[in-house]
Write a protein that binds this ligand. Structure first.
Ligand SMILES: Cc1ncc(C[n+]2csc(CCOP(=O)(O)OP(=O)(O)O)c2C)c(N)n1
Ligand code: SF4
Length: 292
């Protein structure tokens, strides 16, 4: 890793997982990174003129256009004869899986050389915690309330990793700010690839999740340890999984630490456990098949 601090003095809430995800990736990439951030928390907290908190080049894109701007920047720099750079995008889950998905799909389809990082805090946090298609089942948001008979989000989280992998992307992975070495290793791996790569990093948002800021790292670890957030990599179309969940029985205690799940019934919790088990089985099956 580069020794300098590339993302400091920002105005993120205490315990922001997204800010950590940006900082660690920029540390891993060093000064040759050119960062693109769409509308969302990380641009809102990072570009407070004159207190810009990036030590490398960084720019804000439109909400939908992260990947398009990355393509344009890379083409422009190449046209100027620059070679030693890597364009990296940092978009939230709304900016990635909802409004930005067509730009991302197009960039992967063209084989553009870029690292696209989705810091997944599982909601539209900058505008006050609305549901995105990466909000998990059961979570309370302002658009999926838990009041008057409503019990939070009734839809399942979109499988963005496999949607991206289905494009035939050279490298796609999940990561968690609870396992920073693993995350930094994946960013470095992505940087070594010529062509598009995608990393979806779980980045707890204490404000939107209703958790104590001191619990961010624990929550990000627990999500992996209880199997809700499997660490996975697609390389050349082949899926490999990280270590097996350390303790699947942690799931209920993990959700209980987050106010967004406080209203869940026993039936809701069982559905979440069963969904986790099905997802893990399917991924294990696919990983095993591809090893043969
Ligand atoms: C076209 C457009 N629609 C809506 C907005 C308002 N807006 C700004 S940030 C944001 C939420 C972003 O959510 P997400 O991408 O998940 O990132 P986060 O805020 O969680 O970091 C919205 C809806 C906008 N800037 N542009
Ligand atoms: S609202 Fe959440 S994602 Fe946004 S800066 Fe605060 S902790 Fe980070």
């Amino acid at each position: 890793m580069d020794g300098g601090e590339p993302f400091m003095g920002h105005r993120a809430c205490a315990g922001c997982g997204g800010a950590l995800a940006v900082r660690i990736a920029l540390k891993a990439l060093g000064r040759r990174a050119v960062a693109v951030l769409p509308a969302g928390c990380m641009s809102a907290v990072g570009f407070n003129f004159p207190q810009l908190c990036f030590s490398n080049n960084a720019i804000i894109s439109t909400f939908a256009g992260t990947a398009s701007m990355m393509t344009g920047i890379a083409a422009g720099l190449r046209a100027r004869g620059e070679r030693d750079f890597k364009v990296v995008g940092f978009a939230g889950d709304g900016g990635t899986a909802d409004i930005g998905i067509q730009a991302l799909s197009g960039a992967i389809d063209r084989g553009d050389d870029m690292i696209y990082i989705c810091y997944d805090n599982e909601g539209y946090m900058n505008t006050g915690t609305q549901r995105s298609s990466l909000t998990p089942y059961g979570a309370r948001t302002t658009t999926t309330p838990a009041a008057g008979g409503a019990r939070g989000n009734r839809l399942e989280k979109k499988n963005m990793l496999e949607i991206v992998a289905a494009h035939g992307i050279p490298y796609a992975a999940t990561a968690s700010v609870g396992y920073l070495r693993d995350y930094a290793r994946k960013v470095e791996k992505a940087a070594a690839i010529e062509g598009p790569s995608y990393i979806q990093v779980l980045a707890p948002c204490p404000t939107g999740w209703g958790a104590d800021p001191s619990e961010t790292i624990d929550l990000a670890r627990e999500a992996v340890d209880c199997g809700l957030w499997p660490l996975a990599e697609f390389e050349g179309g082949r899926l490999s999984l990280g270590a097996e969940p350390r303790d699947p029985s942690l799931l209920r205690a993990h959700l209980a630490r987050q106010a967004r799940f406080a209203h869940l019934t026993d039936g809701d919790l069982r559905r979440i456990e069963e969904g986790r088990d099905r997802r893990l089985d399917r991924m294990r099956g696919r990983a095993a098949k591809e090893e043969c």
